[in-house]
Design a protein around this ligand. Structure first.
Ligand code: UFG
Length: 335
């Protein structure tokens, strides 16, 4: 009895694999290593290098490993890229997810947990945003994920199959034990960029927009620590195994920080007063989006452990240092 983790060599997926191992589960990773890393998969965990849209491969993995649940992380996640190249998002995030769900139904996998996104809400009318708010994604990325939510609803009605959709807000931080973290090259996420700037890996950074209708004019976001996020998946898995009905939950702390707040915390925790340029708005950014989290707490019994921005930033800094040392060692070996 094993749990298939697509994208298990990536940022959030690699934290999920650790969480599953810590809980005594048997994870199996399927990852094409396009943004993930072989080293991010712990020794002893089967890693199948391939595509989650490859139905023959997935059928084989389900049969060979006795897969009883799928946690589906693998996806393209860069919003501006989705605007420039929507078809690749609909292919990767939507069409291939359809194939994966088809394999689950065919292979008798009854439990499916899906990584969705706050981007399905677009620009919410009020914050915190609850799961019942209108869904109005403004990017192909958000739409590519919302279509999968709809497929899952239909498939749950038609087959002996139950799912949990988790809508992530802004995921940040790293494993508190330092075993994995955000390693994607050229990442664009705020905390990663700020931490890289503090460590001198970038010479400066930009704040995209200071004229939003928010208290300090910069965008407000809800930053959720990655281990807390993956624990919501573990809670979802237990919920489904206990016979829970299909469900959609936001994942966030119900607390907003502005871009300038985040930068100040990174400066304080790192002790480095790095250079910040105030720039114009980045296309597609909602002014403010904060998760209403009553449902994930009530239905899944989720309890956050790391709801502390300084701690999240400390973890991100520690991971960035380790990653930098690893990269230096690897480039040393090649020379
Ligand atoms: N930002 C900066 N400078 C940077 C990077 C980011 O000012 O160098 C700002 C952004 O403009 C935004 C905020 O910091 O206001 C957060 O930006 P991120 O790129 O870290 O995250 P997003 O809020 O854009 O994206 C997140 C998820 C997406 C999801 C989206 C939905 O990562 O997957 O929320 O709103 F689609």
């Amino acid at each position: 009895m094993s749990v298939l983790v697509t994208g298990g060599a990536g940022y959030i997926g690699s934290h999920m694999v650790l969480e599953l191992l810590d809980a005594g589960e048997q994870p199996v990773v399927l990852d094409n290593l396009s943004t993930g890393f072989r080293w991010a998969v712990p020794e002893g965990v089967p890693l199948i290098i391939g595509d989650f849209g490859d139905q023959a491969l997935v059928d084989q993995v389900i049969a060979d490993h006795g897969v009883t649940a799928i946690i589906h992380f693998a996806a393209k996640i860069v919003v501006p890229e989705s605007v420039a190249d929507p078809l690749s998002y609909y292919e990767n995030n939507t069409a291939k997810a359809r194939n994966l769900i088809a394999c689950a139904v065919k292979g008798g996998v009854k439990h499916f947990i899906f990584s969705s996104t706050a981007a399905v809400y677009g620009e919410p009318k009020a914050n915190p945003v609850t799961e019942n708010e209108p869904l109005a994604p403004v990017s192909p990325y958000g739409r590519s994920k919302l279509m999968v939510e709809w497929m899952l609803e239909d498939v749950s009605r038609a087959h002996d199959f139950k799912h949990v959709v988790l809508r992530y807000f802004n995921v940040a931080g790293a494993d508190p034990k330092g075993r994995t973290g955000q390693s994607t090259p050229n990442a664009t996420h705020l905390i990663k960029v700020a931490v890289q700037t503090a460590l001198g890996h970038r010479k400066d950074m930009e704040v995209f927009g200071t004229d939003y209708p928010t208290p300090d004019g910069s965008c407000l976001r809800d930053y959720i620590q990655v281990s807390d996020l993956v624990r919501a998946h573990m809670d979802a898995l237990r919920y489904l195994r206990k016979g829970g009905e299909s469900l959609t939950c936001n994942c966030g702390y119900e607390r907003g920080y502005s871009v300038l707040d985040v930068i100040n915390v990174v400066k304080k925790v790192s002790g480095v007063d790095f250079r910040v340029k105030l720039s114009g708005r980045r296309p597609g950014d909602p002014a403010a989006i904060v998760a209403g989290n009553a449902r994930v707490r009530e239905k899944l019994g989720w309890k956050p452990l790391f709801d502390d921005l300084s701690q999240i930033v400390t973890q991100a800094l520690n991971w960035e240092r380790r990653l930098h040392n690893r990269q230096n060692q690897e480039s040393g070996k090649k020379e």
